[in-house]
Design a protein around this ligand. Structure first.
Ligand SMILES: NC(=O)c1ccc[n+]([C@@H]2O[C@H](COP(=O)([O-])OP(=O)(O)OC[C@H]3O[C@@H](n4cnc5c(N)ncnc54)[C@H](O)[C@@H]3O)[C@@H](O)[C@H]2O)c1
Length: 381
């Protein structure tokens, strides 16, 4: 298969690696020659290190490398059967690119966007043939994360959906179909992991290291919420939250936190700037944790209840199937368990009760229990 990848940054170069490793001929294009050069040297060193570690033979790495062409003009993508766009997250710039691209590629070429936050329908609308347009959303780092969300727009044809789904599967990934709604599956269902941690901190119920400790100790999460936000980058994480919040017409369930906003304003973006919620300088003092089991359990129970409630809500609105929602969270963000299954293990009525108690305490619609969760709890009883 001939694949075009546009944008050779973090995601585009990773997607090119995945497609080339699966045997596709890849044309990687970036409007910046410097960015393209950087991608080439980054990919070369990735392949060299895979060979050094014995994960790839020298011959195989040479074959994969030869599958990637670094295109200096969009015109070189003319024979592509699938083009995946991973450029800057800006609707107008993406729309312009797709309308240019349609004048170059064949009528059968599938056009896809890796956008995290724009609606697929709005991007498809910029095409002359919107039925060939689809969302193909990889996770970072694309070569390592198994999950890929496949998001048909209202305009997307069934055949394009099927082709995209099976292409991604053939690339060794786990595709899950998601509805074209803000955050798709993962970026929506994961919001309470950050949002509730920030809320607990903002209320002064616990400090950041204690919240991180609670989620790792009681929940088995690999990183706590503040560690993860620092890892992702507060700028990126805050923008996703803000976009999801506004896209859901300001539903308080997704309300951003001033604490994180101030971090972004201060330039405390996380690991990449050496300072975020935590200090990453060499002489930084390790923060202390209040290892109070009752406090830890409260933090974990409250956050997990919000996560399970969000998963139930996504199911309620047909964003994806039960299996795919659980798969998405374990394969897209490495959660220790699928949320809906986790809820069943604990007892869905217990989760409903936790939500109702929170609602009773705060009288804030943020804590309304999903009607789907209530229904599932009754059915399980
Ligand atoms: N970084 C992530 O964790 C992540 C995860 C999933 C999806 N995404 C999405 O993937 C896309 C790319 O994100 P990224 O983090 O790789 O960005 P990035 O900044 O690392 O790379 C973007 C690249 O696109 C190039 N570019 C910009 N405008 C262009 C144009 N008109 N034509 C050609 N090239 C152009 C830039 O030169 C740059 O090299 C965004 O839509 C983002 O929402 C990002």
């Amino acid at each position: 298969m001939i694949v075009g990848v546009i944008g050779s940054g973090t995601m585009g170069s990773g997607i090119a690696q995945v497609a080339a490793t699966a045997g596709c001929k890849v044309f990687l294009f970036d409007e910046s020659a410097i960015a393209l050069q950087k991608a080439e040297s980054r990919l070369q060193s990735t392949f060299s290190s895979l060979v050094e570690k014995g994960k790839l033979s020298f011959e195989k790495s040479a074959e994969i490398r030869s599958n990637i062409q670094y295109a200096s003009s969009l015109q070189e993508l003319k024979n592509a059967e699938l083009v995946i766009e991973a450029i800057v997250e800006n609707k107008e710039i993406k729309a312009k690119l797709f309308s240019n691209l349609e004048q170059i590629v064949s009528n059968d070429c599938i056009l896809a966007s890796n956008t995290s936050s724009l609606s697929i329908a709005s991007l498809a609308a910029s095409c002359k043939k919107p039925e060939r347009f689809i969302g193909i959303h990889f996770f970072n780092p694309a070569p390592l994360m198994a999950l890929v969300e496949i998001i048909p727009a209202v305009q997307t044809s069934e055949i394009v959906m099927t082709k995209a789904f099976y292409t991604i599967k053939a690339w060794g990934k786990i595709p899950v179909k998601a509805r074209d709604t803000p955050g798709f599956i993962v970026n929506r269902v994961a919001r309470p992991f950050y949002g509730e941690a920030l809320r607990i901190f903002d209320e002064g119920l616990a400090d950041m290291p204690t919240i991180d400790w609670a989620m790792k100790t009681f929940g088995g999460f690999k990183m706590g919420p503040f560690e993860l936000m620092d890892f992702i980058g507060n700028d990126v994480n805050f923008t996703v939250t803000e976009t999801v919040f506004h896209s859901f017409f300001c539903d308080p369930r997704y309300m951003p936190s001033f604490t994180q906003k101030r971090m972004v304003e201060a330039g405390y973006l996380g690991r990449k700037t050496g300072r975020g919620f935590y200090d990453y300088s060499p002489n930084a003092i390790k923060p202390s944790v209040d290892e109070d089991p009752d406090l830890g359990k409260m933090i974990f129970d409250r956050t997990l209840a919000m996560l399970i409630n969000e998963a139930a809500e996504a199911l309620h609105y047909g964003i994806a199937s039960t299996e795919d929602i659980d798969l998405a969270m374990t394969k897209g963000v490495n959660y220790p368990k699928g949320l809906l299954n986790w809820g069943k293990e604990i007892g869905l009525q217990t989760i409903v009760n936790q939500m109702d108690n929170l609602f009773e305490e705060y009288h804030d619609p943020r804590y309304r229990a999903s009607s789907k969760l209530r229904k599932m709890a009754t059915e399980c009883a």
